[in-house]
Design a protein around this ligand. Structure first.
Ligand code: HEM
Length: 217
C-alpha cells in the first residue's frame, strides 16, 4: 500500500494573507489606501471651500456644525481615517525599507537617472506631510489655536474666523505653504503610481495621467 502524505493537523496558509504580505500585495495596499486618502482630501477641500459662502465665511460654520451633528458618524469617520493613514504609512515604510535593503548601491544610482525628484523623495515628503497632519489636527480639530472659542452671530463655532485669524500669522502660513507644496509632490507621484500598480496605465495614456495627477495634486 502506498503511503499518502497526511494533511490532517497541518494548517494551510490563508492565501489572502500570503498575498497581502507579498511585495505586490503591499503595493496594492499602499495604492488602495492612498486612493482613499486622496478621496478624503478632495472631500476636505470641498468642505473647506464653503468658507467662500456668506459674507463672513458662515458657510464653513454651517458645514462644521453639520459634520458634528452625529458623534457616531464623526468618530466612525475619524477612526476609519486614522486606520487608513496607519495602514498607508506602515505598509509604504515596510516596502521602502525592503527596497533599500535589496537594491545594490550602483543600481540605486542608475535608478536615480530615470526617476523624478518627486519619486525619489516620496518617503521624505510623506513623513513631512505626516508631521504637518499631526500639527494640523492639534491646531484645528483639537482646537490648540487660541481662536477655538469664537462664536458667530448665530452662536455656532466660528470656524471661518478661526481659520482666517490663524493664517494671519506669517510663520504658520509659511509652514502650511511648504507642507502643501510637499503634499502636492507626494500626490503627483502617488496618483501616477496607483494607476501603474493596478495596471491602468499605458504608453498612450501616460502623458494624460501625468498631467491629470499634477492637476489633482
Ligand atoms: C489650508 C488647507 C486646510 C485647511 C484650511 C484645513 C482646515 C481644517 C479644519 C477647520 C479642520 C477641523 C474640522 C473640524 O473638526 O470641524 C480640519 C481637520 C482635519 N484636516 Fe484639514 N485643512 C487643510 C488641509 C488639510 C490637509 C492638506 C490635510 C491632510 C494631508 C488635512 C487633514 C485634516 C485631518 C486629518 C483633520 C481631522 C479631521 C477630524 O478629525 O475632524 N487638512 N482641517
Amino acid at each position: 500500500m502506498s503511503a499518502i502524505p497526511s494533511v490532517i493537523g497541518t494548517r494551510q496558509p490563508n492565501s489572502l494573507l500570503v498575498f497581502a504580505k507579498s511585495s505586490i500585495g503591499r503595493k496594492w495596499i499602499v495604492g488602495g489606501s492612498g486612493a482613499l486618502l486622496v478621496l478624503f482630501l478632495l472631500a476636505h477641500l470641498a468642505g473647506n471651500l464653503t468658507i467662500y459662502i456668506g459674507s463672513h465665511g458662515e458657510g464653513i460654520n454651517v458645514y462644521a456644525q453639520t459634520l458634528h451633528t452625529s458623534a457616531l458618524f464623526l468618530w466612525g469617520a475619524r477612526l476609519g481615517l486614522l486606520l487608513v493613514f496607519v495602514v498607508h504609512i506602515g505598509t509604504a515604510l515596510s516596502l521602502a525599507v525592503e527596497n533599500r535593503r535589496a537594491r545594490p548601491v550602483r543600481a540605486a544610482k542608475n535608478a536615480h537617472l530615470q526617476s523624478t525628484v518627486f519619486a525619489r523623495t516620496m518617503v521624505l515628503s510623506g513623513l513631512v506631510v505626516l508631521c504637518f497632519v499631526v500639527l494640523h489636527v492639534a491646531q484645528f480639530a483639537l482646537g490648540f489655536n487660541g481662536y477655538a472659542q469664537l462664536l458667530d452671530a448665530e452662536g455656532r463655532h466660528d470656524v471661518a474666523a478661526m481659520i482666517i485669524k490663524s493664517f494671519q500669522n506669517p510663520f504658520l502660513s509659511g509652514i502650511y505653504f511648504l507642507a502643501l507644496l510637499l503634499l502636492g509632490m507626494h500626490l503627483s507621484h502617488g496618483i501616477q503610481s496607483v494607476f501603474q500598480t493596478f495596471g491602468l496605465n499605458g504608453r498612450k495614456t501616460a502623458e494624460i495621467l501625468k498631467r491629470g495627477a499634477l492637476v489633482v495634486s
